[in-house]
Design a protein around this ligand. Structure first.
Ligand code: ADP
Length: 246
């Protein structure tokens, strides 16, 4: 693990040159996996994640089926090669926790009631990690769900906010996440309904509300990129099919 930097903000710029309210660059590719019902590859700064969605499909074993709606399941996994030191393969306390909070971030957004007795499976694989992998995973999973045609109240968009050098900043990179004062991952729908909110570290109440406002602006930017990716893909498919001439 790298050393704790002496300062995180120098002359108003962060270690990677960003302003306090600036996101790392985001790149989105929809449907990279033709065997999944929906998929998305997303790069966020130096994070690389892929999300795949299967379903709705009959849930097995049957005693786990819900007669009144689909069961949303999620597995978040970090590849062994995603960080500097090889991670032991298989579930860890951290990955089990992250899988659970990501599932909860989608459970009330997906219209599960349309698909009783089924499962909707979300798989998130982190290929390269550089802080913010759960939020990157949520953004990719949200698009993979839309790509699979699963009806939802809206897209879920996520980003982290935090505190470094006593200042509130948007979208922590690894040094800020590991050595900063606080890390607050947030996910919300486009009408600002929060579906995930966690906090590691300490902030005053005032700082927390300031951080939440910053998270809202970050999520709005992410939402626009997600929407644009969906529009581009379906626009291209529509044109390829001959557009209005068909
Ligand atoms: P998130 O990736 O959602 O920010 P954490 O705050 O738990 O989740 O992790 C921050 C970062 O720390 C990760 O993105 C990754 O770069 C690094 N990290 C997490 N777990 C490990 C691990 N077991 N080994 C090495 N680095 C890790």
């Amino acid at each position: 693990m790298s050393e704790k930097p002496e300062h995180f903000i120098i002359d108003g710029k962060r270690l990677d040159g960003r302003r306090r309210d600036e996101l790392r660059p985001i790149k989105i590719e929809l449907s990279p996996l033709d065997r999944a019902d929906g998929s998305c590859y997303l790069e966020w700064g130096r994070n690389k994640v892929v999300a795949a969605v299967y379903g709705p499909r009959e849930l097995h074993p049957r005693h786990r089926q819900n007669m009144t709606g689909a069961v949303v399941q999620c597995r978040y996994n970090m590849a062994s090669f995603s960080v500097d030191e090889r991670i032991r393969p298989g579930p860890s306390r951290r990955s089990v926790e992250i899988s659970k909070v990501i599932r909860q971030a989608f459970e009330h957004v997906v219209f599960t009631k349309f698909f009783p007795k089924t499962a909707i499976d979300i798989y998130i694989e982190v290929l390269r990690a550089d802080a913010g992998t759960r939020t990157a995973g949520i953004n990719a999973a949200s698009l993979a769900l839309a790509d699979a045609g699963i009806p939802m109240r809206g897209l879920v968009s996520a980003c982290a906010v935090g505190k470094v050098d006593g200042e509130i900043v948007l979208d922590l990179m690894k040094e800020e996440d590991n050595f900063g004062d606080a890390d607050v991952p947030v996910a919300m729908t486009s009408d600002n309904r929060i579906t995930l909110l966690q906090m590691d570290g300490r902030m005053t109440t005032e700082e927390f509300y300031k951080a939440l406002e910053l998270a809202k602006t970050g999520c709005t930017t992410v939402y626009e990129l997600q929407r644009q990716a969906l529009v581009e893909k379906y626009d291209n498919e529509y044109q390829a099919e001959g557009g209005l001439d068909e």
